[in-house]
Write a protein of this length. Structure first.
Length: 102
């Protein structure tokens, strides 16, 4: 799969190949994608993303992710958390945009 990460203001983007079934968080770390993460600073949902293309290429969200998305008023498949979202195996294209400043 090919993933494009866009900054919240659209001025920066990174495109990378994702391993089958890989976590978006790992790919963000590996590529320095413009998606903010502040999980260790008690700022859950900073990695909130909008799925612009290819929502079907992500595994369904689990209960923990659904609870956080519900709390911030964002519903899948259009919105996900990059820390929880995992790619399905197979060739596809995914394009996401950060919803918070990095």
């Amino acid at each position: 799969p090919i993933v494009t990460f866009e900054s919240s203001d659209g001025t920066r983007s990174i495109t990378a190949a994702a391993p089958d079934g890989g976590a978006l968080a790992d790919l963000c770390d590996d590529t320095e994608a413009p998606i903010p993460f502040s999980c260790r600073s008690a700022s859950c949902a900073t990695c909130h993303i909008e799925v612009l293309e290819g929502a079907e290429s992500l595994m369904p969200p689990e209960d923990e992710e659904l609870d956080v998305l519900d709390a911030i008023g964002a519903a899948p498949p259009r919105y996900r958390l990059a820390c929880c979202a995992r790619m399905k195996p197979g060739s596809t294209v995914l394009r996401v945009r950060a919803q918070n400043e990095d």
